[in-house]
Design a protein around this ligand. Structure first.
Ligand code: PLP
Length: 369
C-alpha cells in the first residue's frame, strides 16, 4: 500500500481538462498581475462566503500580515492566539511589530479556549486570532462576545477551514475579517502560494487592496507603506476551476472522517469531533487522532506500511526558540503541550476510498494492540 497524506495528483488528473484550459487562457491573455481572473475569483469567493469583499494576496501568511497592518496593529499592541497552530499565525503578529500572547486550547476541539483567552487580555490587547485548526470551527459565540466586551478586532485564521461552518455560517465571516490560504495542501489549494482576505468592512477592503499593491490606489501615487503581495492571475484561474468542485470535495472529506471514526471508535485513542454536529460542520483539512505514549511507534508502523502521516504540530509556539524572548516556561499550556506529544494526522483527501481507510485503520489497530 502507498498512501500519501494528501493526493494532489489524483485531484489534478480528475479535472485536468478544465485546469489546462484555464491556464492556457491566461497564457494567451498575458494578463498576469491583477488580471481579470483575479477579479472574477474575488467575486466568486465573496459570493461563496456571502461577504461583500475578497482581496487576493500572495499567501495565507501575507493575508494575516496585511490584515493586521490594515487594522493598524503594531508595537506595543498585543494579539491573543493559540500556541497550537502553524507558525504563520504568530509570525504575522511579530512581523507587524506587535506581541503574540498565547492562551491554552481545549482538548475536545484543539482550538483556542475562549475562557483562557479572556484571562490574557490586558490594556494593550487589540485583537484576537482564532484558528479553526484542522477544519474544526472555534466557539465563535464565545470569542465574539469576548471581543465585543473588550473592543477587540477578530481576525479568523481559516487557512485550514475553507468551507467549515459554525451554526450554519461559514468560518471567516464572524470577525472583522477572515484569512484563507491556497497553499497546495489546503482544502482549496492552488499550484503554488496564494491567499485571500474576506471581509464585510469596506474601509478594510480598500486598505487591503492598496496594501497588497505597494500602498497605491492610483498608479504611482502612494498613500501607505505597502507590500508587493498579489495573488497571481494564473493561480486565480486555477482556483476558479477548483472552487466549482470545492463543496463536493469537502463533503467527501466529511464522509472519509465518518468512516475513520467508525473504524477507530473502539480503540483507546482520541478521535476528532464527528464531521458535523448541532453547531458546526468540520471541513477536515486534516484527520487528526490523539494517541497516548505510542504515537511515535504508531507513526513508524504506518510508515513501514507505506502510509504517510504528519504531526501538526510537534512543538507548540510558546516553546519555539524564536519566541524564547516572550518568557513562556514549559508547563504553562498543559493541553497544547499534551497535544504536541499525542496528535497524529492520517491520510485525508476527498478521493480516499472506504477500503483504503479501513486498511489504514487495520494497521492502527495492530500497532496499538
Ligand atoms: C497554512 C497556514 C497558514 C499560512 O498559509 P500560507 O498560505 O502557507 O502562507 C496560516 N495559518 C494556518 C493555521 C495554516 O495552516
Amino acid at each position: 500500500m502507498k498512501l500519501p497524506l494528501t493526493d494532489l495528483r489524483i485531484q489534478y488528473d480528475s479535472i485536468k481538462g478544465e485546469i489546462d484550459t484555464a491556464i492556457k487562457e491566461v497564457l494567451a491573455s498575458c494578463d498576469f498581475v491583477l488580471g481579470k481572473q483575479l477579479q472574477l475569483l474575488e467575486e466568486d469567493i465573496a459570493r461563496y462566503f456571502n461577504v461583500k469583499y475578497a482581496v487576493g494576496v500572495a499567501s495565507g501568511t501575507d493575508a494575516l500580515v496585511l490584515s493586521l497592518a490594515a487594522l493598524g496593529i503594531a508595537s506595543p499592541d498585543e494579539v491573543i492566539s493559540t500556541p497550537f497552530t502553524f507558525i504563520a499565525t504568530a509570525e504575522a503578529v511579530s512581523r507587524v511589530g506587535a506581541k503574540p500572547v498565547f492562551a491554552d486550547i481545549r482538548l475536545d476541539t484543539y482550538n483556542l479556549d475562549p475562557e483562557e483567552a479572556g484571562k490574557r487580555i490586558t490594556s494593550k490587547t487589540k485583537a484576537i486570532i482564532p484558528v479553526h485548526l484542522y477544519g474544526m470551527p472555534c466557539d465563535m459565540d464565545k470569542i465574539m462576545a469576548l471581543a465585543k466586551a473588550h473592543k477587540l478586532s477578530v481576525i479568523e485564521d481559516c487557512a485550514q477551514s475553507f468551507g467549515a461552518a459554525y451554526k450554519g455560517r461559514k468560518t471567516g465571516t464572524f470577525g472583522e475579517c477572515g484569512i484563507l490560504s491556497f497553499f497546495p495542501g489546503k482544502i482549496l489549494g492552488c499550484f503554488g502560494d496564494g491567499g485571500m482576505v474576506i471581509t464585510n468592512n469596506a474601509e478594510l477592503a480598500k486598505k487591503l487592496t492598496a496594501l497588497r499593491n505597494h500602498g497605491s490606489t492610483v498608479k504611482y501615487y502612494y498613500a501607505l507603506h505597502g507590500f508587493n503581495s498579489r495573488l497571481d492571475t494564473l493561480q486565480a484561474a486555477i482556483l476558479r476551476v477548483k472552487l466549482r468542485h470545492a463543496d463536493e470535495w469537502i463533503k467527501k472529506r466529511g464522509e472519509a472522517a465518518v468512516t475513520y471514526n467508525r473504524c477507530l471508535k473502539d480503540l483507546e485513542i482520541g478521535l476528532p469531533p464527528a464531521s458535523s454536529g448541532e453547531n458546526f460542520t468540520h471541513a477536515f483539512n486534516y484527520y487528526t487522532i490523539r494517541v497516548k505514549q505510542k504515537r511515535d511507534l504508531l507513526q513508524k508502523r504506518l510508515k513501514e506500511e507505506g502510509i504517510a502521516t504528519a504531526i501538526y504540530y510537534p512543538l507548540s509556539l510558546h516553546l519555539q526558540e524564536v519566541y524564547k524572548g516572550l518568557g513562556y516556561k514549559k508547563g504553562v499550556f498543559p493541553l497544547a503541550e499534551q497535544c504536541q506529544e499525542e496528535v497524529l494526522s492520517l491520510p485525508m483527501y476527498p478521493e480516499l476510498s472506504g477500503a483504503q481507510i479501513e486498511a489504514v485503520c487495520a494497521v492502527v489497530r495492530q500497532a496499538l494492540a
